[in-house]
Design a protein around this ligand. Sequence first.
Ligand SMILES: O=C(CO)COP(=O)(O)O
Length: 152
Amino acid sequence: MSSSSANSPKRTIAMVAHDRMKPVLLEWAEENKEKLKEFRIVATGTTGRLLAENLPDHDITAFKSGPLGGDLQIGALISNDELDALFFLVDPMTPQPHDVDVKALIRISTLYETPVACNRTTADFILRGITEEGYQKRPAHPMIEEYVTRSV
Ligand SMILES: O=C(CO)COP(=O)(O)O
């Protein structure tokens, strides 16, 4: 994954929002809709449907709903090194039935050096960073290689 140029395929970013954060994400996406056009956007089910309704000209794919495995589908992209950033507006005040999936998504993002925004301020920084000329995502953490080649 790297910075884009005129001829390269669209980079992929993911968007997820817990229910009370969905209006916040929609507002943030509206504010940033011009920059977001350069990406393919994948999202958990309900978040993706709402984004597609609000941004009909964007390239948006909705996976399964989060509690039904949508977070894990995004995690699969990350573990294949196919995701450039994750925008995940988490509700810090409401317990989630699929909290283990949410944790797994954050963990796998950490391992693969995928930038993750859990609030709007970080989302602003990440979007600015990944659209900057010359931006290059770091490769996955070397501990992956150590793990693959470990002797047991
Ligand atoms: O719960 C979610 C992520 O953990 C969000 O899923 P939805 O976008 O399907 O509501």
